[in-house]
Design a protein around this ligand. Structure first.
Ligand code: K7E
Ligand code: CUA
Length: 620
């Protein structure tokens, strides 16, 4: 059989299911491959990469939208972008940041920019459970929650007392539970301008948010800056990397020490201390603040080489891997030894380290295949280094073994990398994505600002194989790859959905039945317009108000057919929103311009979509 390859080297005929050949390398052919010629399988080996028109992907990828402040959903292995979820940003397609429903989530006067880094799906017993994705906003010190049944942001919490939420990971067991997040930058306490030059007054904190209530549960003061974090699979520990143990203000200051540290948080001890009232509060915040600086029984500081960055838990729950960044090594911490460290049986903190393999220049993040191998990005070398954990441990113990399995060039300067299901205890070792920060010459040039390059790598065999380049806008620091069996989305809204419950309650107060009524209610200079929409028309094609009125338009989309979303855009007023089937959406604006202003549906919904419009008549 001849193989037709396109420019990326992806076989157009590679239609066999990924499951059937996962893990097959070279000539080893599984019996599940009925009807596939041995020549084909032997030559191709590994995962099916092509998803043909009409076929569905096997995985959802949740991608951080970086400085765009959003989250994107990709399909893997096709790397097609399926949806964007506005989170910390303004979105003119859906009206996030404009609608009353989204403003309730964002808060009053919320900034409409964000710097999203770390999207992570909730867990039950170490497995992804399809409930929520959480993500941080470094730019405005916030954490958001996305509902995975409708793929909308449903809660955002501002974290008090700190600046710049960066590393974010979730409690894995028994469930999420806590959303652990690092505040990166140190600020003086109190931060009121009274002590800005006093370096000794600066601190930062490790934070835990209750993933159910989205309230901050507690905060722990630490030494140094905090960078990335991860949690174990038993609910006992979280571990964060720290750079700037020097606690300096300048670049030169932060680089002085040969070693910084990883700080381990003892979750049961912290919870006990909160219960026992051993905490303070700061300013107006009621959040319990505990002291976890050196000497505290709540934390353990483990010295590791210079300015570590990523912190990743192996899917077997045995190790925390801290990535060296300025050191060519990663430090492997055996989680079982942390019990002895906290009980005092181990007195030298570095005795919890069981391997420190030297991998190459600029190790930033590590991913796992569930078969005992780890994959570390080498930012400076522009490579992924595949290494074996057991062999690295043997080597640290003095045995002569080569733990490095392969180095693969990526293009270029990779930050995070991710394996399919590899951030849960169901790592399946099929795919690896390298989130390369620079794309340089890999795509058609589009001006000084370049796309990032998210590269798909087949890791199902012994050898890593690069199979796809995917350009991405605004830096997707991090992503997570979750099998589609974990996710159940709704195709149309349910009428009692909490997303618009407050809007429904407001209508009820006005005596409105949203599913049938088309009415305008005047309340002083406040005008509330209620209408329905059914393709291709609104329930009202004329709204009469007076100049200066504050107008709230509430629309209920009565269509029951999947994909018939409507919209409402009012010309020259900066207002627009999505109204998907069975959804109620609302927005408020001031009618400050006398005259006729057309409103129209901006989501193509019908052959007569262009005719779906009406007039706002503003009397002088
Ligand atoms: Cu860019 Cu996870 Cu914010 Cu590393 S972090 S690269
Ligand atoms: Cu309704 Cu377009």
């Amino acid at each position: 059989m001849t193989q037709e390859k396109d420019k990326q080297g992806i076989s157009r005929r590679d239609f066999i299911s990924a499951t059937a050949i996962a893990g097959v390398t070279g000539a080893g052919i599984g019996s599940g491959m009925v009807g596939i010629s041995p020549a084909f399988a032997a030559k191709e080996s590994g995962n099916a990469t092509a998803i043909h028109p009409g076929d569905l992907d096997e995985y959802y990828g949740f991608w951080s939208g970086g400085q765009s402040g959003e989250v994107r959903i990709l399909g893997l292995p096709s790397m097609r972008e399926l949806m964007r979820i506005p989170v910390f940003n303004y979105d003119s397609a859906t009206g996030h940041g404009i609608t009353n429903e989204s403003k309730r989530i964002l808060g009053d006067n919320a900034p409409l920019n964000g710097d999203a880094h770390h999207p992570h799906m909730s867990f039950t017993n170490g497995q992804h459970d399809g409930r929520y994705v959480f993500i941080n906003d470094k730019a405005n010190t916030r954490v958001a929650r996305i509902r995975c049944d409708v793929m909308k942001t449903d809660k955002i919490v501002n974290v008090p007392n700190v600046q710049a939420i960066h590393g974010l990971r979730l409690q894995k067991a028994p469930r999420t539970g806590y959303v652990f997040c690092n505040a990166e930058f140190r600020i003086p306490y109190p931060n009121d301008g009274s002590n800005m030059e006093d370096a000794g007054a600066y601190r930062t904190m490790f934070n835990a948010i209750d993933g159910d209530s989205m309230e901050v549960a507690w905060q722990v003061i630490v030494d140094g800056n905090l960078d990335n974090t991860d949690a174990d699979y038993d609910g006992n520990y979280a571990c964060s990397t720290c750079y700037n143990s020097e606690e300096g203000f300048t670049l030169a200051d932060t680089m002085r020490n040969e070693r910084d540290w990883a700080v381990v948080f003892n979750i049961p001890r912290i919870e006990a201390a909160v219960k026992a009232g051993k905490f303070t509060t700061l300013g107006d915040s009621k959040v319990p603040v505990l002291d976890g600086r050196h000497g505290s029984e709540l934390t353990a500081y483990i010295p590791i080489p210079k300015s570590p960055h990523g912190l990743n838990t192996s899917p077997d729950g045995k190790y925390f891997v801290a990535n060296g960044k300025l050191s060519p090594t990663v430090s492997v911490i055996e989680i079982a030894r942390l019990h002895d460290l906290f009980s005092g049986k181990i007195t030298e903190p570095r005795d919890v380290i069981v391997a420190e393999p030297e991998l190459g220049l600029g190790p930033l993040h590590t991913a796992f295949d569930g078969r005992g191998n780890a994959y570390t990005t080498l930012f400076i070398d522009s490579q992924i280094c595949k290494w074996n954990i057991a062999d690295a441990i043997k080597s640290y113990g003095g045995e002569k073994v080569n733990y490095i399995r392969q180095k693969l060039d990526v293009h270029y300067q990779p930050g995070h990398n991710h394996t399919s299901m590899g951030e849960s205890n169901e790592a399946d070792g099929k795919w690896l994505v390298s989130l390369s920060k620079f794309s340089k010459d890999r795509f058609l040039p589009v001006g000084p600002l370049h796309a990032e390059n998210d590269q798909l790598i087949d890791i199902s065999g012994e050898e890593m194989k690069l199979v796809h380049d995917g350009p991405a806008y605004a830096e997707p620091h991090d992503c997570e790859i979750v099998h589609r069996r974990k996710i159940r989305t709704k195709k149309i809204w349910e009428r009692d959905d909490p997303y618009f419950a407050e809007t429904v309650a407001r209508a009820k107060k006005d005596g409105i039945t949203l599913e049938t009524d088309n009415k305008i209610i005047r309340d002083g200079n406040k005008v509330r317009v209620y209408m329905t929409s059914v393709a291709p028309s609104y329930g009202l094609n004329e709204i009469k108000v007076k100049k200066g009125d504050e107008v709230t338009v509430t629309i209920t989309n009565l269509d029951q057919i999947e994909d018939v979303s409507h919209g409402f855009t009012l010309i020259n007023h900066g207002v627009a929103m999505e109204i998907s089937p069975q959804q109620t959406a609302s927005l408020t604006f001031t009618a400050d311009k006398p005259g006729v202003h057309w409103y129209y549906c901006q989501w193509f919904c019908h052959a007569l979509h262009m005719e779906m419009r009406g007039r706002l008549l503003v009397e002088a």
